[in-house]
Design a protein around this ligand. Structure first.
Ligand SMILES: [Zn+2]
Ligand SMILES: [Zn+2]
Length: 374
């Protein structure tokens, strides 16, 4: 069994105070920055010895001939296993993945986001659009490794390729070892002795590229189209990130979009609404006939099935809803006034009874709901 008293250089009847003092002294001299990699190994032993001897229960156990840090054994059972060697090691060395080793030079590039303005016609039917992007591409001179052609990276002299260095910091625990990325190599473990002149060692250069973006039917403001691996390439020749194209749809002069349905308002003269008529309406699909029945009411909606925006997911399209507005004539001449007066007589409407409509949600609020909410 490892002699923890011997490792710390204390007597078997040493007081907790003496043990702590001995440990601090050793931690100072065994610091890897002072003693190198060999010191790190010794420090682990010292830390383990201290872990056992500074804990009353573990020390008792150890004195009875059981090593509480022995792996897999039941020795530590019930004796505060929650604070094992691994814990103390990580406490002293900073823990986490950082201590695991050097950071690879090649890293994935960042994702990028570009905006694209489209109009309603493009959103309805989809469109192919060219897009210019300023982005980073792999440096053609060094192929991404950042070294001048004919040279190569070199192991860092300061951290010897580990990518990090240990430091002693003072804390309430006494001297504490912390790990920090090596400043000489930025944690890579290697340095570039002769950087590539083209990319200054970054392994990538800026470039303007033209991409063709397939904008599918049904996109809307806020829709993001993902172009895999079309973002910037990573430093050190790392893989490219993704490029996201965010759609912004410009409002249309005539048609209002709600989901995949379109709405428009059609002004119809009073006489046409009363008598019925067939109109030609300029839709996104070209001229379409609209059949207005005799007696068409203000606010009535004529639905043209399948003339809305294409569904982004799945097939088919939304509808085009034509809201009828009945125009009441103003500035009537004498003859027109006379005609309408005769009509009023015929329909017994010269002195109409005041008829208040019931307060149910009528055409007006239906329309308002349709346009305000979704
Ligand atoms: Zn280069
Ligand atoms: Zn280094």
């Amino acid at each position: 069994m490892t002699d923890y008293y011997e490792i710390l250089g204390v007597e078997r009847d040493a007081t907790p105070e003496q043990i702590k003092k001995a440990y601090r002294k050793m931690a100072r001299t065994l610091h890897p920055d002072v003693a190198g990699a060999e010191g790190e190994e010794k420090f682990k032993d010292v830390a383990r010895a201290y872990e056992v001897l500074s804990n009353r229960e573990k020390r008792e156990q150890y004195d009875m001939g059981v090593d509480p840090t022995a792996p897999g054994g039941s020795a530590g059972g019930g004796y505060g296993q929650g604070f094992g060697f691994q814990d103390i090691f990580e406490t002293f060395f900073g823990g986490g993945g950082q201590a695991a080793g050097p950071v690879p030079r090649a890293r994935r590039g960042q994702d990028a986001l570009v905006r694209m303005d489209i109009d309603l016609v493009e959103a309805t039917f989809g469109v192919k659009r060219e897009l210019q992007v300023d982005t980073a591409v792999v440096c053609g001179t060094c192929g991404g490794n950042g070294c001048r052609p004919g040279t190569d990276v070199r192991t860092c002299d300061v951290c010897h390729g580990r990518g990090n260095v240990q430091r002693v910091a003072r804390s309430f625990l006494g001297q504490v070892m912390t790990t920090a990325p090596c400043a000489a190599c930025q944690g890579f473990g290697t340095v570039i002795p002769e950087p590539c002149a083209e990319c200054s060692g970054d392994g990538r250069v800026r470039s303007r590229r033209t991409l063709t973006v397939n904008v599918p039917a049904g996109v809307d403001t806020g829709t993001r189209i993902k172009l895999s691996a079309q973002g910037e390439v990573g430093p050190g020749g790392g893989p490219a990130g993704d490029l996201y194209v965010e759609i912004r749809e410009k409002p249309h002069d005539v048609f209002v979009r709600r989901g995949d349905d379109l709405h428009c308002t059609l002004d119809v003269p009073m006489t046409a609404a009363a008598l019925g008529t067939v109109l030609e309406l300029a839709t996104l699909d070209g001229a379409q006939e609209i059949d207005l029945r005799p007696g068409t009411q203000p606010g009535q909606i004529v639905t043209l099935k399948g003339l809305g925006v294409g569904h982004l997911h799945g097939t088919g399209r939304g509808d085009l809803n034509v809201h009828v507005e009945v125009q009441v004539p103003t500035a009537l001449d004498d003859e027109q006034s006379e005609l309408l007066r005769r009509l009023a007589v015929l329909r017994d409407e010269e002195r109409p009874e005041p008829r208040l409509a019931a307060a149910h949600p009528g055409v007006f609020s239906r329309l308002k709901d349709k346009f305000s909410g979704r």
